[in-house]
Design a protein around this ligand. Sequence first.
Ligand SMILES: [Zn+2]
Length: 195
Amino acid sequence: MDENQQGGLAERPVEDTESARQNGEDGASPDKGWMAVVTDGCDECGFSPDFDVQTTGKRVRATIPKWEAVLDRLDAPRRPAPDVWSPLEYACHVRDINALYRGRLDLMLAQDDPTFPNWDPDTVAVDSRYGEDDPQGVAEAYRREATQTADQWDAVRDDEWGRRGLRDNGSTFTVATLAVYFLHDLEHHLKDVSA
Ligand SMILES: [Zn+2]
């Protein structure tokens, strides 16, 4: 799905891939990839940002059986190409971003205009040995993590969706656009693993 492969590196998760692609194409700020999903959606997976963000929790829950099915597959631990993440590695990534985004949401609800700590998905993938994880354990952890995140999105009050937060690269978003961005990550990677 991606022409953006470099050296021995695995294909990167969305957050980085889109920045790199955007940079390569027109020299725009790395931030543009992030904003593009939030405003324009994603041609690659068909994601539309025009949905009721109050349904975020429901849609997060809907990804759980899909990721469980992915992790049930015999080919889950196998990389389709040496430089493309296996379904198992993608599943570990989406498992882990749940806690990441819960932390970001917590911060936005607790503070005015907070800046998020940096997070590099590739470093985390290597450090956490995604490729050696147990698929069944990952499936159980994903269910637990995604359920907790869905509950947190369900609890966002009407007057909180407009609260702001900042990435360390300066991009600004709201609780609502964070919901869009996060949900896209979970759903987009299902497409990556042909689920
Ligand atoms: Zn997408």
